[in-house]
Design a protein around this ligand. Structure first.
Ligand code: ADP
Length: 541
């Protein structure tokens, strides 16, 4: 017998309708590409999203068509999140940090019909405009006064489109399993693959991500997502903010320490989110200028492992609690969040930091397990590592257009991460399978080595990679970027590992570099480093 409750599809437009009705006066503040600060409310967002939905229809965009963006975090991008998905089309967020050839490949593969882009990306769009096969309209996300001269024919202006339309638009109702948005993995190996989210998966992810033991978002919060809206929907924050009625603060293109800190303070931000490399820049600025965070309570850090030294600095020096999270494009992205259980609150600080260095516990909806090389589940002992597999209603079933075949193993998605799980269910990533250093039949965690290295006061950044070794297969090489003006010799770096990790994990060599290459999502590019240093001769050879 069926239950007798209303059948209302879970649709993204309902988040906007709710935010307008119940938090209509709540603010959305954006640092614009045009240079100024823009303010409006959820009521304005809803009205302008409806105008944009009318504009999309006028451009001939139909349900199921893909509409692409190349844009920073800002209110116009937010309007497109709702206008495109809400009207039944698919929002395809392109990553502007990718190589132009990859952008062309992805836009063609997704069969994008319209491309909306920020002024910053005009050179990129001009470089690809004649190459992309399916894009019919190019729209600059600005007003008439800032429209650039361009060689692209028939370039459209965002504000003209909005102005030409009425703000009456009835969001259509349709199957909640319909596609809502599309994001491609960065494709560190091979071509990028598309992950096609649905309205249902997005709504379920939003409910779960907002929970107290997940990201703990509420109407009291002012949220500043540094994590870009062009990569995995800014970790869901544009949806979560509407669901809870939080104030939103968008940083635009200015992601340097000063610009971010000014916004944090000026807009009384309580919660932020980003990858560790972003926080490195911010902390360096705050420390060197003797500043503080007067309203920030929590910051979400993920995308790569958050070094414990960064957590200590945030928490002990600035009173900002670090929420360590783990996820993937394939997971919408949230998988685990490191929130304490009641018993952790009784532990001493060292024990709690050891817990916080882990990637955390699954949010309800995600199930996980680690398996050995034969696919057998490994017990939750907090020590034995294996490949991490996940399943759940916001986890990819197959890639867009079936690329790469069936990715699942008996209904579980293999993450490519190596991890262990402890008795309390805290998962710890020891490495990406392809980054793990295989030495004498055993595995060395590059993350553990990097975490120790960046705790040295002279180190700005550190990456550890495996270098081919005739006896041990691979041995670790540490690539270090020193802090400006700091002195650090190879031997001092190596001595710093004494007593902090197993002796045989200590890197065989250290090289100093000016920079470490970062990928399109702000992560250290180990594939690039391995290419750069493939000829490096270890002193132990
Ligand atoms: P890509 O970098 O290929 O675009 P994603 O942005 O989806 O992929 O990143 C997913 C991967 O990032 C995970 O599989 C994991 O390796 C890594 N990752 C994410 N969060 C963390 C974290 N907190 N600690 C360690 N690794 C992480």
């Amino acid at each position: 017998m069926n239950g007798q409750m209303m059948q209302q599809p879970l649709l993204i437009s309902s988040l906007l309708v709710y935010a307008e009705r119940h938090h209509g006066e709540q603010e959305i503040v954006s640092r614009r590409i045009e240079g100024d600060i823009h303010r409006y409310t959820y009521r304005d967002l809803a009205a302008r999203s409806r105008r944009m939905a009318n504009a999309l229809a006028a451009l001939g965009v139909q349900a199921g068509a893909t509409v692409a963006t190349l844009a920073w975090n800002g209110y116009r991008h937010m309007e497109l999140y709702y206008a495109v998905s809400g009207s039944g089309s698919i929002l395809h967020t392109l990553n502007p940090r990718l190589h132009p050839d990859q952008v062309v490949y992805i836009a063609d593969h997704a069969e994008d019909q319209v491309l909306f882009f920020d002024l910053t990306f005009l050179p990129l769009v001009e470089a690809i405009a004649s190459r992309v096969k399916t894009i019919r309209h190019f729209v600059v996300m600005t007003d008439r006064a800032h429209m650039p001269a361009s060689k692209i024919d028939g370039l459209l202006c965002y504000e003209d489109l909005v102005d030409a339309q009425d703000d009456q638009f009835a969001w259509p109702s349709f199957d909640e399993n319909s596609a809502s948005s599309l994001c491609y993995t960065s494709g560190t190996t091979g071509n990028p693959k598309g992950v096609l989210y649905s309205h249902r998966s997005t709504l379920l992810h939003t409910y779960a991500a907002a929970l107290p033991d997940a990201l703990h978002c509420s109407a009291h919060d002012a949220v500043l997502p540094v994590v870009p809206m062009f990569h995995v929907n800014a970790w869901g924050l544009p949806y979560i903010a509407c669901m809870v009625g939080a104030k939103l603060v968008f940083p635009g293109a200015a992601l340097d320490g000063k610009s971010l800190h000014d916004l944090f303070e000026g807009e009384r931000v309580t919660l932020s989110a980003g990858v560790p490399t972003v926080w490195q820049g911010l902390l360096a600025y705050v420390e060197s200028n003797n500043l503080t965070f007067s309203t920030m309570k929590r910051t979400i850090i993920g995308g790569s492992a958050c070094p414990p030294t960064m957590m200590r600095t945030f928490q002990e020096k600035y009173g900002v609690f670090v929420l360590h999270v783990w996820g993937m494009t394939e997971m919408s992205p949230l998988g685990t969040v490191c929130n304490f259980k009641a018993r952790n609150l009784e532990q001493d600080s060292a024990e709690r930091y050891a817990v916080q260095a882990k990637q955390g516990r699954v949010v309800f909806g995600v199930d996980m397990k680690v398996v050995d090389s034969l696919g057998k589940e490994i017990p939750w002992d907090g020590e034995t590592s294996g490949e991490l597999l996940v399943r759940g209603p916001w986890i990819v079933d197959r890639y867009f257009k079936g690329e790469g075949g069936n990715p699942l193993i008996d209904g579980w998605f293999p993450t490519g991460d190596v991890a262990n799980i402890d008795v309390d269910g805290f998962m710890q990533i020891t490495d990406r399978a392809k980054d793990v250093i295989k030495s004498g039949g055993e595995w060395i965690s590059s993350i553990d080595i990097e975490n120790v290295a960046v705790a040295h006061p002279a180190v700005a950044m550190a990456a550890c990679i495996g270098i081919v070794h005739p006896k041990w297969d691979e041995r670790p090489l540490l690539v270090v970027v020193r802090k400006p003006g700091a002195e650090l010799a190879r031997e001092q770096m190596l001595e710093f590992f004494d007593g902090k990790i197993a002796k045989w994990w200590t890197p065989d060599d250290v090289v100093f570099a000016d920079t470490i290459p970062l990928g399109a999502t702000g992560k250290m590019q180990k594939t690039k480093l391995r290419e750069l240093y493939c000829a490096h001769r270890l002193p132990t050879v």
